[in-house]
Design a protein around this ligand. Structure first.
Ligand code: CP
Length: 305
């Protein structure tokens, strides 16, 4: 593959292969040296049109741990502020001959459009409410390391599914690997036709969590709700926040996950986010590993690979 744009279209074999590569990257990241030479001499540009802590930092570290020269484009101080378009910005960077562009954009499909124009490999770091494929991979790696498998597990994806690229990519990946996926959200935050993605729908958090192996909470994306119904955070937590009483409905060894950034006291109580079932920090660690795996797979002929 030349680009990595989404989980859609990946075979279970390709997903498993990336998870295996990521396991090796975990070992590299945990070693003292933390370095490979797989992308030595390669140039990686991170182009983020939307805010990010985890994804941008982990792509930067992943590139550096693979030996690449990594540049973070500061979009807020760039000519985008003077009205330059996405494509003109990308073509300008393309002329500087990078090997890989990592792109986050607020519009669904923008990263795929850009990939058609440039000469280098493009990685989707999140496009609107469409896909966030490396997030789904890091979630799968976290689950697999804790539970030993994905197939047959019941995974409840809970909260603001309507605005969530994380939910979409996770549904695609978890279904591909044989999990039973539940979409758990109030009616106002469920995309129409979600049943067609192979999930069972639950409109009460209690019903959706019951007996689950994994409870994946999503951030309430209030910034994407302009002009539509915006729930009050207090009311949202009362009906859809994960607290100890609700978590007790899941299996006793259920994992609690959240892609971050978290709204503590909105979709998840602090005591749960920091509690013994939470694997949220492990998800962040796995983020570096899967991003190393994806970039290495895209540039296989690199020096030392
Ligand atoms: N999960 C995630 O994409 O986090 P950031 O927005 O901080 O990158």
């Amino acid at each position: 593959r030349r680009h990595f744009l989404g989980i859609a279209g990946l075979s279970p074999f390709e997903i498993e292969h990336l998870l295996e590569r990521a396991e090796e990257a975990v070992a590299v990241s945990r070693s003292r040296e933390k370095k490979k030479a797989a992308l030595r001499g390669r140039t990686q540009i991170n182009l983020f049109f939307e805010a990010s802590t985890r994804t941008q930092a982990s792509f930067e570290l992943a590139g550096k741990r693979l030996g690449a020269d990594v540049m973070n484009m500061a979009v807020a101080n760039s000519s985008v502020k003077k009205g330059e378009t996405l494509i003109d910005t990308a073509m300008t960077l393309n002329a500087m001959r990078p090997d890989i562009l990592v792109v986050r954009h607020h519009a669904a499909g923008a990263v795929a459009l850009l990939a058609q124009k440039v000469d280098c490999a493009v990685v989707n770091a999140g496009d609107g409410a469409h896909e966030h494929p490396t997030q789904a991979l890091l979630d799968a790696l976290t689950i697999r390391r804790r539970k030993g498998r994905i197939a047959g597990l019941t995974v409840a994806i809970c909260g603001d599914i309507l605005h969530s690229r994380v939910a979409r990519s996770n549904i695609l990946l978890l279904n591909a690997l044989g999990a039973r996926v539940r979409a758990v959200a109030p009616s106002t935050l469920l995309p129409s036709g979600i049943e067609d993605m192979g999930v069972t729908v639950h409109r009460r958090l209690e019903d959706g969590i019951e007996g689950a192996d994994v409870v994946m909470m999503l951030r309430l994306q209030r910034e994407r709700m302009e002009g539509s119904f915006v729930p009050s955070v207090r009311e949202y937590f009362r009906f859809f926040g994960l607290d100890a009483a609700r978590l007790a409905l899941a299996k006793p060894d259920a994992l609690v996950m959240h892609p971050g950034p978290m709204n503590r006291g909105v979709e998840i109580a602090s005591e749960i986010a920091d509690g013994p079932q939470s694997v949220i920090e492990e998800q962040v660690e796995m983020g570096v590993a899967v991003r190393m795996a994806v970039m290495e797979a895209l540039l296989p002929e690199a020096v030392g690979a």
